[in-house]
Design a protein around this ligand. Structure first.
Ligand code: ZN
Length: 135
């Protein structure tokens, strides 16, 4: 089951500059910067009340974020929904006709297992499923 919005992902070209802007906007420091090698991204997280924002910068030209930024520039990139059973949710979505970019969960930033849905099957929206890794 999808429980709530876990975070919103925002693509940025100039990581340091954007972190400074968002720190000023939220009046709170970024609490975590983490590289996700497999996705070719650096991530920076902000906690605003119960909500989280993730900034993403590309670390290599073939990163999906680099391609997104080239086409659209800085801005909203994806919404991440939290689930407590990511395998079950992936299977449910496949059965319901959604196309998954990741059919098995992979390691994401911020101690999560993640899987992305293909935007063309989700009404144009890039959707990330995520589940907190159990220690
Ligand atoms: Zn994300």
């Amino acid at each position: 089951m999808i429980k709530k919005i876990e975070h919103l992902g925002i693509a940025v070209k100039d990581f340091e500059k954007s972190i400074a802007i968002y720190e000023k906007l939220f009046q709170t420091p970024c609490y975590k910067i983490e590289k996700v090698e497999s996705e070719g991204v650096n991530t920076a997280f902000f906690q605003i009340g119960e909500s989280k924002i993730e900034l993403l910068e590309a670390t290599k030209p073939e990163s999906p974020i680099a391609k997104f930024l080239e086409k659209k520039g800085n801005g909203f990139h994806h919404v991440a929904f939290e689930t407590d059973n990511i395998e079950g949710e992936i299977n449910r979505l496949i059965k319901d006709g959604f196309e998954l970019i990741h059919q098995t969960p992979k390691d994401g930033a911020d101690n999560k297992r993640i899987a992305f849905l293909h935007p063309k099957s989700a009404d144009g929206l890039l959707v990330e499923l995520c589940q907190e890794k159990s220690e």
